[in-house]
Design a protein around this ligand. Structure first.
Ligand SMILES: NC(=O)c1ccc[n+]([C@@H]2O[C@H](COP(=O)([O-])OP(=O)(O)OC[C@H]3O[C@@H](n4cnc5c(N)ncnc54)[C@H](O)[C@@H]3O)[C@@H](O)[C@H]2O)c1
Length: 359
């Protein structure tokens, strides 16, 4: 399988995608010049399934693993849990050269990355993502964060890992709902960047839910696209915001439905369809909405929005970060594989929401 280089101004790194790479993590960490003790941050679910393999691999490469286990769930991606991790690192006297290894989904990756960015002003860290969403999205690009009671990801830092090790074999134990939530982000890359990838997903939709060469290829292609976008705009000063396609509607859905009702990827799937339909209404891309809905349907990913009053929907979007005066900024599709950032008047959004939620 493949290695993808994330080319950044200050610190570039590789993403390795390989079946069975979990058992090689120790050797690969050692090859990065890291040695001694390694803090493995995980949760009971993932630690129970894969902690042993990672511990054995580190030990056989001469590293000495120390496990820090955080309870499973988005509600534990908090400054309080991060603080407990600092406590453990301090009492174990972890030093600036000791690596942190994030073993888990996006919750563990984001929080372990944040701790790595801040403990002793920054220690080396490695991502070993174990959900499809974290393999194709959150482990790549260096956004780290914890949540605040007032909102998701409000406390964070841009901090790049030293490497990302992706083992598609771990998806065998991932619940189907989580696989589908990750696939929504995979589809996003086709819409925003690469029409051929979108056609590939259409042609192979029935094979992407189960482990196999198709999903492995999709992981690699997704990482390649995200790496390219992040390489062009690491700190989201412009281009990188195209990765938020579907997210303005999606965040509003998550907030209105109550966090936890939808998986992030599920809300993004609905949000992408809404953004694509809005693109059609504004005369940008008429085929994008129907094509996207067709693909999501083939993948078994729901894309209809929940019943929500349009005014509430608009208000929830106003609270999101992309509001400029009486206009809201969206990523809209011009054609498959090409998007644009565009501000839309609130009255036009309201009109769209009224027709869309009635349809
Ligand atoms: N940093 C970024 O750029 C970025 C991008 C997108 C999302 N995120 C963040 O990612 C988080 C969501 O990540 P997620 O969807 O991976 O959720 P998650 O980390 O909560 O994982 C989902 C569930 O799957 C379990 N799990 C993980 N791997 C498993 C495996 N191989 N087998 C069985 N069970 C497994 C977990 O224990 C958890 O219960 C959110 O906090 C979101 O803000 C960050």
């Amino acid at each position: 399988m493949g290695t993808i280089r994330v080319e950044l101004k200050e610190r570039s790194y590789d993403i390795h995608v390989d079946r069975g790479i979990l058992k090689d993590v120790g050797r690969l960490v050692r090859d990065l010049g890291l040695k001694g003790r390694a803090a493995v941050i995980t949760n009971p679910t993932v630690g129970g399934l894969y902690g042993g393999a990672v511990a054995d691999s580190l030990a056989s490469a001469g590293l000495s693993p120390f496990f820090i286990t955080v309870p499973d769930g988005e509600e534990y991606k908090s400054i309080e849990e991060a603080s407990k991790i600092y406590d453990a690192l301090i009492s174990e006297r972890f030093e600036r050269s000791s690596p942190i290894i994030a073993l888990g989904g996006g919750v563990i990756g984001d929080m372990a990355g944040f701790v790595a960015a801040t403990y002793l002003r920054g220690v080396p860290y490695i991502q070993v993502p174990t959900t499809l969403l974290s393999q194709v999205d959150s482990s790549v690009g260096g956004k780290t964060a914890v949540n605040h009671p007032k909102g998701k990801n409000l406390i964070g830092a841009f901090y790049q890992p030293r490497a990302v090790f992706i083992d598609p074999d771990v998806l065998k134990t991932l619940p189907e709902r989580e696989v589908k939530a990750g696939l929504a982000e995979v589809v996003k890359y086709g819409v925003i960047w690469d029409p051929d990838f979108f056609y590939y997903l259409e042609e192979n939709a029935s094979k992407l839910i189960k482990p196999g060469p198709e999903i492995e290829r999709a992981i690699e292609a997704s990482c390649r696209i995200k790496a390219e976008v992040v390489g062009l705009d690491e700190k989201e000063e412009g281009l990188r915001s195209i990765l938020n396609f579907g997210h303005t509607f999606g965040h509003a859905i998550e907030a209105l439905a109550g966090y936890g009702a939808y998986r992030h990827g599920e809300a993004v799937a609905i949000g992408m369809c809404m953004a694509a339909r809005l693109s059609g209404r504004l005369g940008l891309c008429r085929e994008c909405g129907p094509r996207l809905e067709g693909l999501l349907k083939a993948l078994g990913i729901p894309f209809s929005p929940p019943a929500m009053p349009p005014a509430d929907f608009l208000e929830a979007m106003r609270l999101d970060k992309k509001v400029v005066g009486k206009r809201i900024r969206f990523v809209l599709a011009i054609e498959l594989g090409k998007v644009v950032l565009q501000e839309v008047q609130e009255e036009d959004i309201l009109g769209f929401l009224e027709s869309y939620t009635r349809a």
